[in-house]
Design a protein around this ligand. Structure first.
Ligand code: CP
Length: 326
């Protein structure tokens, strides 16, 4: 079954959230609008709404994570769900239990949602195909394939600063080849109507299929940054690189590192983003990461509201009018 087929129910509503690709502009806009409703929950004295009370959500992270795991946990708790964080290194999979046997045991505990990060592309899709029909699966990053909630929190952050997607020029810089974030960002930007998406990087880090994704390819940072509204920087995914794709990190920084001087080529009000973790002095200079145009920490904050939106939507409980403010 295709990912599009698997993630929508018979009424066209999200049941799983595996990939941005194939979703409609209406669904993406619905996620952004729903997240907007949740954005103030974290600033209240009581940071909770009762929407997912009685639901049980399991975080299954087979790869390291700081931002994604903790913001999924906070989002679930702010929706009043019960959260289990499975420690994969001490779970029975380390004793040879198969992934599917582990999932069926969690199903037997009447869990309602699995949030999955895995180093294999396609892992979240595979799990969604094999779980009981009442369980929703959210992809928290699978190999170099997709990281849909990261892309949606990026779109949310962009929209807060630049409300009209249809007038934007957006540049994504660095290791596009290994980046699940870049793939999901490109799909989201295209679906939301951004007319010009640029990818900038050395030839070895731009995948051949990029030209089919409707992006403009640049191998010069100076040329690619001209007059852009949004600059999306990426980490070099060393753990996914096979062979020598780069001479050295120092050379990468010299050619593709975002410095204050290079940022001046973008529009004066351009915003700078990064999904984290940041490697300072490799893809971005500290003066830019901590500078006035950086919205990197806003992205982290916005991740909670966006994940609340996605979790409430896949479990069929988006807030009704006024409900999020209770
Ligand atoms: N952006 C992101 O996925 O960060 P983590 O690896 O810390 O979750």
């Amino acid at each position: 079954m295709s990912t599009r087929q698997i993630q929508l129910d018979s009424g066209g509503q999200l049941h799983h959230f595996i990939s941005i690709e194939g979703l409609s502009r209406e669904i993406l806009t619905d996620i952004l609008d729903t997240a907007e409703n949740f954005a103030t929950v974290g600033t209240r004295q009581v940071k909770k709404v009762p929407l997912l009370r009685g639901k049980t959500i399991v975080n299954l992270f087979f790869e390291p994570s700081t931002r994604t795991r903790t913001t999924f946990e906070l989002a679930a708790k702010r929706l009043s769900a019960d959260v289990l964080n499975l420690n994969i290194s001490t779970s029975a999979t380390s004793k040879g239990e198969s992934l599917l046997d582990m999932l069926h045991n969690l199903e037997a505990m009447h869990c309602d949602m699995f949030v999955v990060r895995h180093n294999q592309s396609g892992a979240a899709h595979f799990i969604a195909e094999h779980v009981a029909p009442h369980i929703s699966v959210i992809n928290a990053g699978d190999g170099s394939h997709a990281h849909p909630t990261q892309a949606m929190l990026d779109m949310f952050t962009i929209r807060r600063h630049k409300p009209d997607f249809t007038s934007l020029r957006v540049a994504i810089i660095g290791d596009i080849k290994h980046s699940r974030v870049a793939r999901s960002q490109i799909h989201a930007l295209n679906i939301l109507g951004v007319p010009e998406v640029r990818v900038i990087g050395p030839q070895t880090l731009i995948p051949p299929e990029a030209s089919h994704l409707g992006v403009h390819i640049y191998h010069s940072l100076e040329a690619g940054l001209q007059d852009v509204d949004v600059v999306l920087t990426l980490r070099l995914q060393r753990e996914r690189m096979e062979g020598a794709l780069l001479p050295s990190e120092a050379e990468f920084f010299a050619r593709f590192g975002l410095t204050e001087a290079k940022l001046k080529l973008a529009k004066p009000d351009a915003i700078v983003m990064h999904p984290g973790p940041i490697n300072r002095g490799v893809e971005i200079d500290s003066a830019v990461a901590d500078g006035p145009q950086s919205v990197i920490l806003e992205q982290v904050t916005n991740g909670i509201a966006v994940r609340m939106a996605v979790m409430s939507m896949v479990l069929g409980r988006p807030p009704q009018s006024g409900e999020e403010s209770r």
